[in-house]
Design a protein around this ligand. Sequence first.
Ligand code: C5P
Length: 220
Amino acid sequence: MIVVLDGPAGTGKSTVSREIAARLGLSFLDTGAMYRAMTHWLLQNGVDVDDADAVALASAKPVILSGTDASGPTITVDGVDVSGPIRGAAVTAAVSAVSAVPEVRVRMVDLQRHSAEEAPVGIVAEGRDLGTVVFPDADLKVFLTASAGIRAVRRAAQLGVTGPEQIAAILADIERRDAADSGRATSPLAKADDAIEVDTSAMEPEEVITHILGLVRQRV
Ligand code: C5P
C-alpha cells in the first residue's frame, strides 16, 4: 500500500504522515529530508548551489540513505547521521535551488521508489511531487494546504520562536519557498488530479490524522 501526502511547508505533513505510518504499521519516508541531505552535502563540499551544472555534476556522489530505527526516521549521508544539520537555516535557504535541478530529482525519485519497493508492508511518504510524479498509482493521495500565515505560526512554535519579527521572517521564507517550489519547471509542487485536498488551517493534528485514516479505510 502506498499513501502519499503532498503540500507546502508548515501544513503539518510531517507530524501527520509519521503518525499515520505508525498507526497503520507502514514504513515512513520524508522525501524533503532527502533533498535537505543532498543540499547539506553540497554546502559542506563547497559546491555553489546556485550553479545548476555544478550541482548536477556533484549530486551523483553522496550516498543518501533514509530509514527508521527505534527512535524514529533516520537520514544519513555517506554513513553520517545528518538529521540535525539538515533542519538548519543554511540548508533551508538553499534547498529549493538544489531541488529544482533535474539531475538531483532523477536520483531522489529513484531512491524514493526503491524505498517503497523495499517496504515490508507499505509506505506513507510525504513531499511535493509524490502524487504527480513519484507514485502516480498510489492507493491514496492527499494534498494538504493551510494559509501561509497559519503555517508560519506553526513553524515558529516548532522552533520555539515568539517574536513578531522572527515570525515575519519565517513567513517570508515560507512564501519564498512556496513560490520556488510551485514555479520550478521540473516536478513543481502541485496537487494531483486524483488527490484529496485537506485544508488544515482550522484543524488540530489529531483531526487531520483521523480524517486521513478514514480515507485510507475507504480504499482498503
Ligand atoms: O518538506 P521540507 O520542507 O523538508 O522540504 C524541503 C524542500 O525540499 C522543499 O522546500 C522543496 O524544495 C524540496 N522538496 C521537493 N520535492 C519533494 C520534497 C521536498 O522538491 N518531494
